[in-house]
Design a binder for this molecule. Structure first.
Ligand SMILES: Cc1cc2nc3c(=O)[nH]c(=O)nc-3n(C[C@H](O)[C@H](O)[C@H](O)COP(=O)(O)OP(=O)(O)OC[C@H]3O[C@@H](n4cnc5c(N)ncnc54)[C@H](O)[C@@H]3O)c2cc1C
Length: 345
């Protein structure tokens, strides 16, 4: 299904993925409308730390270890992508500190994965320049502004279905579109939306935002914690499998705060707030990107803990599918139908 310039595409979801898809589609000359009933940034994307961290993800997150090439390729799309809407990209790397046995283990994992790493001092903290970061909330706002300048409409409404070229909104309104991109994050199967959404499971994430702490420089990682610099440094994050609620539970974030204070002692006395987002994950940890079995619907969901890192790559793939261009070398790995049984069931 290749759509010509000027075709009308609906995007459900205004998180990192939906916003990146909308901007990239608009840059390719399609007429795009983004639907989302939530307030801007009130989603996993707005809560996220904003790390673009192929190295740390491969080293610290087992499902990512096999996908270092894909994660790096996604990161390498960021300079051009961010420049396209004026977003500053922080390329300060990652500093890793902890006890010497653990640092040795981490160093060995970097080396096994052929990732560059060095000691800051003999036997001291590790540093790798592989990981970058962005500030998520400004990124969402700036993608939206750039999209709107290209004629993209943002509509505060939820999508309830798409059949035979007609988009149905939760309030009953119906509008004609040539295709629907589902970038609905952790929202699962809803009547009328794609059956593949049932493959997603939620992972709740609680993250601390500190009133003071490192505002710039590298992301700092320790045992079971990271400190991501910024105007309100992020300290994260919990991974609560199977949880789809956004309830705040300070008992889950207390160990993060204690671990962060070991890395950056002044954080022990710094006021912190807790934010909660829900990630969506597939069984292999990679997103679903490509055509659904439901006609006219393209999936762009399930980016787990790397939605920001992967956003430009997912957007590029979605645009290729919709315009009938070559989706490139990572299409098969992310194919939305890869979990279907023999015969496409
Ligand atoms: C604590 C935490 C820290 C994280 N840190 C990082 C990080 O440092 N780096 C990184 O790369 N990733 C990180 N992630 C992961 C990242 O946030 C997610 O992978 C990413 O935000 C997913 O983006 P998304 O657009 O798919 O989903 P979301 O941001 O959840 O957006 C989905 C949107 O779809 C809307 N929606 C749902 N249903 C409908 C419907 N029917 N119609 C219309 N709209 C609908 C929702 O309202 C929502 O706004 C983190 C996640 C968490 C929770």
């Amino acid at each position: 299904m290749g759509l010509g310039s000027g075709a009308r595409v609906a995007v459900a979801g205004a998180g990192a993925i939906g916003s990146a898809v909308a901007l990239t589609l608009a840059q390719s000359g399609l007429q795009v409308t983004v639907f989302d009933a939530a307030a801007p940034g009130d989603n996993a994307s707005g809560v996220a730390a904003g790390m673009l961290a192929p190295a740390s993800e491969a080293v610290f997150d087992p499902p990512s270890a096999d996908h270092i090439e894909l994660l790096r390729a996604a990161r390498d799309l960021w300079p051009a992508f961010a420049a396209g809407f004026g977003l500053p990209l922080h390329r300060d790397g990652v500093l890793i500190n902890g006890d010497s046995a653990w640092l040795q283990e981490v160093e060995a994992r970097f080396i096994a994965l052929r990732l560059p790493v060095r000691r800051m001092t003999p036997g001291g903290p590790l540093f790798s320049d592989e990981d970058w970061r962005i500030d998520p909330r400004p990124a969402l706002a700036m993608m939206r502004e750039a999209s709107e300048r290209l004629g993209v409409l943002y509509v505060p409404a939820a999508v309830a279905g798409f059949e035979a070229g007609v988009l149905r909104l939760a309030d009953g309104d119906k509008q004609p579109f040539d295709a629907l991109v589902l970038a609905t994050g952790a929202a699962r199967a809803r009547s009328g939306l794609a059956p593949e959404l049932a493959l997603l499971s939620p992972i709740k994430g609680q993250i601390l935002r500190a009133a003071t702490g490192p505002r710039d420089g590298p992301v700092i990682r320790g045992q079971g914690v990271y400190i991501c610099p910024g105007p309100r440094p992020a300290i994260g994050a919990t991974m609560e499998d199977g949880r789809n609620d956004r309830d705040i539970d300070p008992s889950k974030t207390a160990p993060l705060k204690a671990a962060a204070a070991r890395l950056w002692p002044r954080l022990a006395d710094t006021p912190m707030s807790i934010e909660v987002g829900v990630r969506a994950a597939t069984a292999d940890g990679l997103p679903l990107v490509g055509w659904s079995v439901a006609e006219g619907m393209l999936l762009a969901v399930g980016a787990r803990r790397n939605g920001w890192l992967l956003a430009p790559l997912v957007a590029r793939l979605a645009t290729a599918y919709l315009t009938d261009a070559n989706p490139g070398p990572y299409a098969a790995l992310l194919d939305a139908r890869r979990f279907a049984g023999p015969g496409g069931g």
